[in-house]
Design a protein around this ligand. Structure first.
Ligand code: PMP
Length: 361
């Protein structure tokens, strides 16, 4: 099979120029006489890669100087576990706004050492909407407020994140970072696993206001200390250097393509195209998320007759459209439309959906 349009939720499609450059540099990186996989993370060649990736990420996301950027391993889930250890006192309250599966995960990872409160949740309605700000029960004494900007499984996006007062706001942007302009200064910390919009799995970015790193937090091993990690330029131990390199290539590609403003326009067009195909199908396909909360990145949808699911997936695959099977929690289908997914891929999917409806409707 040739390269398909890959709608995987993550690890997700990477830009082809990034894969080609990595392929070209795989055996011999610059004039090191070795692969990027084979050189020391402390040597000048890798340090240059690492610093350039950070500089480019700072440019791409307009990260203010008073924020540290930490490149971590362990995925976004590990960040979720380390947030309370670094930024809350033992047993202190932390407020979580839950709009889907990943918000619940964040609570589960934190609850062992703090009082992780559900400040608001849309679970009763099956996570088909975000909890309205008027329902958020925030406490001024909380260590932080945590939100999930985009719920990858439920396809719910919290855009225009409301004000939360003086308590530091921390946001999981794993599946929507760099998909449109973002004012980082509104957040005390923003984090994202790279495997959707920033590059490969195996590296996670934490952008954190340096002031927050002054917090004492809780007893923890030195390797779990974000302040120490920031001071050591994310090299307390051997970092995931290959992943860091690929992230750098992906970030550079996004800058070359026009940056987050351009990806914001593309994301809006791609999402509009797919939702129009769903809504215009007369019920053959349906998306159950409240229109204002529909994710631009992950679009779950259902066929009116689940008995058609297998044929839909098989024929989509034959048409060069892969990884459309929905998450097991929801069933049905899900199309993820991250930055590396070209508009032509979404057009091909919409056309395939119309064709499938014509032959099975
Ligand atoms: N948060 C969100 C929004 C996610 O989509 C995911 C993974 N899909 C995670 C957290 C967990 O990331 P990881 O598997 O890298 O730990």
């Amino acid at each position: 099979m040739t390269r398909a349009y890959n709608f995987s939720p993550g690890p997700a499609m990477l830009p082809e120029p990034v894969l080609r450059q990595a392929q070209a540099e795989m055996l011999e990186f610059r004039d090191t006489g070795a692969s990027i996989l084979e050189i020391s993370h402390r040597g000048a060649d890798f340090l240059d890669v690492a610093r350039q990736a950070e500089a480019d990420l700072r440019t791409l996301l307009s990260i203010p100087d008073d924020y540290a950027v930490i490149f971590a391993s362990g995925g976004a889930t590990t960040v979720q576990a380390l947030l309370p250890l670094n930024f809350a006192a033992p047993g202190q309250a932390c407020d979580y706004v839950v709009s889907g599966h990943w918000g619940k995960t964040a609570i589960r990872q934190a609850a062992h050492c703090v009082e992780a409160r559900v400040a608001a949740s849309s679970e009763v309605g099956g996570f088909r909407d975000v909890p309205p700000r008027s329902d958020w029960q925030l406490s001024p004494d909380a260590a932080y407020v945590h939100v999930t900007a985009n719920e990858t499984i439920h396809g719910v996006e919290l855009r225009d994140i409301p004000q939360v007062g003086g308590v530091p706001l921390i946001a999981d942007f794993s599946s929507s970072i760099a998909s449109e302009p973002l004012d980082i200064s509104r957040f005390a910390a923003v984090y994202a696993g790279a495997q959707k919009n920033l590059g490969p799995v195996g590296i996670t970015v934490l952008i954190v206001r340096r002031e927050l790193l002054q917090r004492t937090g809780q007893p923890r091993a030195p390797i779990f200390d974000y302040g120490a990690q920031a001071k050591a330029d994310s090299m307390l131990n051997t970092p995931p250097s290959w992943n860091w390199y690929l992230l750098g290539l992906t970030v550079r590609w996004m800058l070359d393509e026009g940056g987050v403003a351009e990806f914001g326009r593309r994301s809006a067009r791609k999402a509009a195209l797919l939702y129009a195909a769903i809504d215009g199908s007369g019920g053959f396909y349906r998306n159950e998320v409240a229109p204002a909360a529909r994710s631009r990145m992950n679009v779950p949808f259902f066929l009116h007759d689940p008995a058609l699911d297998a044929a839909f997936l098989a024929q989509a695959r034959q048409a060069g459209l892969v990884a459309l099977k929905g998450h097991r929690v929801l069933g049905g289908m899900r199309a993820s439309l991250y930055n590396a997914m070209p508009e032509a891929g979404v057009q091909a999917l919409a056309e395939f959906m119309r064709e499938f409806q014509r032959s099975h409707g």
